[in-house]
Design a protein around this ligand. Structure first.
Ligand code: COA
Length: 157
């Protein structure tokens, strides 16, 4: 099956929202996705040859750092390198933009995502205690950072 990473467009939004609702801890509203598109954030989708959405990622540039706001891969397509591909895509974008770093925050219980980020060179910057208050038990956020390195442009092209 041919799978691509491409720019998210308004035509993708309904399918992205449907997937996000299934897999995200705190799903985004349609307005949140639309806002990122209008802000010219780096919004990407992983699509199959039939136009189905298998994954997505949204990152926003603040000054000279990219903030990865969300990333997700459809359950049946996990553990096949697609999450890595979406994060590498952000690293490459940051390198092409001459940005300094990529930042993100992740629930401390989300060891799968933390493993993915560590694998790609992210390091823990600090812990925001009890940051996620939506669950019955508040959860810490792990703030992670990866500096853009020389060679990142070529590495993931
Ligand atoms: C996190 C997520 C995007 C990973 O997507 P994926 O396509 O399965 O990830 P990959 O196949 O690229 O895996 C890359 C690395 O992540 C880690 N990883 C992935 N799945 C894992 C699992 N089940 N257990 C432990 N580590 C895992 C591994 O280090 C893996 O490298 P390896 O396969 O060489 O061991 C996916 O699990 C997801 O959508 N989760 C729900 C949404 C979410 O939590 N998003 C992150 C919010 S901060």
């Amino acid at each position: 099956m041919r799978i691509n990473v491409e720019d998210m467009e308004t035509k993708h939004i309904d399918k992205v929202i449907a997937l996000d609702k299934k897999i995200a801890h705190n799903p985004w509203s349609k307005l949140m996705f639309l806002e990122e598109l209008t802000l010219n954030s780096f919004c990407r989708v992983l699509t199959d040859e039939y136009g189905d959405i298998l994954g997505y990622g949204v990152s926003r540039l603040l000054v000279d750092e990219w903030h990865m706001l969300t990333v997700g891969v459809k359950s049946d397509f996990r553990r096949q390198g697609y999450g890595k591909r979406l994060v590498e895509d952000v690293i490459r974008k940051a390198a092409l933009n001459y940005s300094q770093a990529i930042l993100l925050e992740v629930r401390s219980s989300n060891t799968i995502a933390i493993n993915l980020y560590k694998k790609l060179g992210f390091e823990t910057l600090h812990i925001r205690e009890q940051y996620y208050k939506s669950s019955s038990v508040p959860e810490d956020a792990v703030v992670m950072k990866r500096l853009v390195k020389e060679g990142d442009r070529e590495l993931f092209s």
